[in-house]
Write a protein that binds this ligand. Sequence first.
Ligand code: SAH
Ligand code: SF4
Length: 357
Amino acid sequence: MINQILKQGAFSKKDLVRLLAADEEERKLVFAKAEEVKQKYVGNKVYYRGLIEFSNLCGKNCYYCGIRAGNKKAHRYEVTEQEVLEAARYAWENKFGSIVIQAGERSGSRYTQRMERIVRMIKQMSNGELGITLSLGEQSEETYRRWFEAGAHRYLLRIEVSNPKLYPKYHPENKKHIYQERLDALYRLRKVGYQVGTGVMIGLPFQTVEDLADDLLFFQKHDIDMIGMGPYIEHEETPMFKYKDKLIPKMERFYLSLKMVAVLRILMKDINIAATTAMQAIDPMGREKSIKVGANIIMPNLTPTKYREDYLLYEDKPCTDEDAEECKRCLEARIHMAGGQIGYGEWGDSKHFKNRS
Ligand code: SAH
Ligand code: SF4
């Protein structure tokens, strides 16, 4: 049955549900197929995106997130311009090819202008060589355009959960957390010219395998260029912590996430898929396992060590105490072990984006 589905060229929701429900034996077939598709369409190269967690200041209150505005226990920080530039320089000198700047969601012209200046400075510092991805939440078209013109060319904005009916379960019902707004932000990013990335959390309370199949179809329908998705992991200082007994066990969430990566690779053959940190939070080899079954992007953490433990989106976030150099050495060896080859000095843009334009 699974084998038959894997031979198909197109997949219905029912097929996707069946693949995601694969048991321990069946999932080996799904993983093998995903590996084959990956080799054929994107090859074994893995691209680095040096991750700079710029700030944990956030104006929003997503119920799942450890750095939500309402968490008064979070110790807030913002990396200085000097430190961002140093981290970016490290990435450039070590031929990472690209960086990602991620932070809580903020607005206001002082903030958006500072970010624009930072993007411009990084571009200048690296002679335009360093690719820049931003992940700074929902912004106006004008802001997206300014940052694009300053030199950022990819943007990550996870829809978090593609079902508009489920969205309010994980977000307060106020004007800062509107499903349609988030979707519109994805359209704005596309319009401005970014390579558009989105994604979801996997294993949320109330979420079913049918919902996850719909998430995959959502990515396909919106012709997304890149995806970052990973297991939901609880955080004690959040409203969603109260559902911790309703969750599937962490290891099951991990394998469900791994199946999501593999099935997505089979469904959208030439997109970029990230091996996310949350995978590593559950299984120390989680990112390498993701690479094996279809992911081709990895985000080594370059946030200055002293801030790391404050960017705590969820519990047990890994790599909070090692410095960039350690991270780099251990990663290189691990990627080789997973059969990957690092695309040093390359942007590693989404082939899907190129194939469209
Ligand atoms: N503020 C920006 C970017 C930073 S948050 C934004 O929200 O888009 C980055 C991602 O962390 C979110 O998109 C969310 O999917 C993920 N995240 C937050 N809390 C999480 C949790 N408890 N478990 C797993 N992922 C989480
Ligand atoms: Fe803020 Fe992003 Fe966390 Fe939501 S997920 S609270 S927007 S940092």
